[in-house]
Design a protein around this ligand. Sequence first.
Ligand SMILES: [Zn+2]
Length: 252
Amino acid sequence: MTTGICRLCGEHKKLSFEHIPPRSAFNDHQRVFQTIEDRLLKNRSHSKFRRGLGKVTLCESCNSNTGSWYGEAFVNWTKQGFEWFNKIGEGALINLPYNIKPLNVLKQTLVMALAMAPEGSLNYHEDLRRFVLCKKLKYCPPHYRVHVYFCKGGQPRFSSGMAIMKVGVGGGASYIEGEIALPPFGYSITTPFGSHRSLADVENLCEITWFAKYNYDEKRNIYLQIPIRETHEPFPLDYRSTEDMEKHRRKR
Ligand SMILES: [Zn+2]
């Protein structure tokens, strides 16, 4: 049995395995790939996620509450994403319709980011934790930005808690709260530094933070222009294709 601080309610309790994304959003079987910790800290070739991607970080009641509030809407959105994912070609960037519950979908992505966060960051996310623990609350706390992309090509991505700066043309600087990529979608949750642009904007990902203006359980027809990205490396916001990486290697 694992006990620890629940990343949502902040209480010291018995913790349970949280599927990130939810199990029925195509996250129900073993995945083996290299995470950022494997690469940078553990010098290891891969991690094995036996039951699907996830972490033991939420208490049972937060796990089941958020699951029942947001899970179904998130799975529904993921299924619609998969239908488009199988139809769209390489590089297509068109407006596609989704019939979804936007606030529920957004809150599930934020639960995912919080569930991945290190224990020490709990105080920092107080507003965000309150936002997801009160299902009817609208309007995301300022600073947090959520973006989405289709992940076609590459491996899953599961990373959290790092700061990235990019200077120069279109430069920005962000703290990466989390990036989770598992087909069909990849999500990037960032908090830009000061007046800097979010790096997810610089990468032209599709922002969905505005989903927070809808009511809980409100269903809407929404058109989104979601770009296609490849995730070959474990690093957040790195969408180089194998071709790009080959070019880079040759230059060096
Ligand atoms: Zn809890």
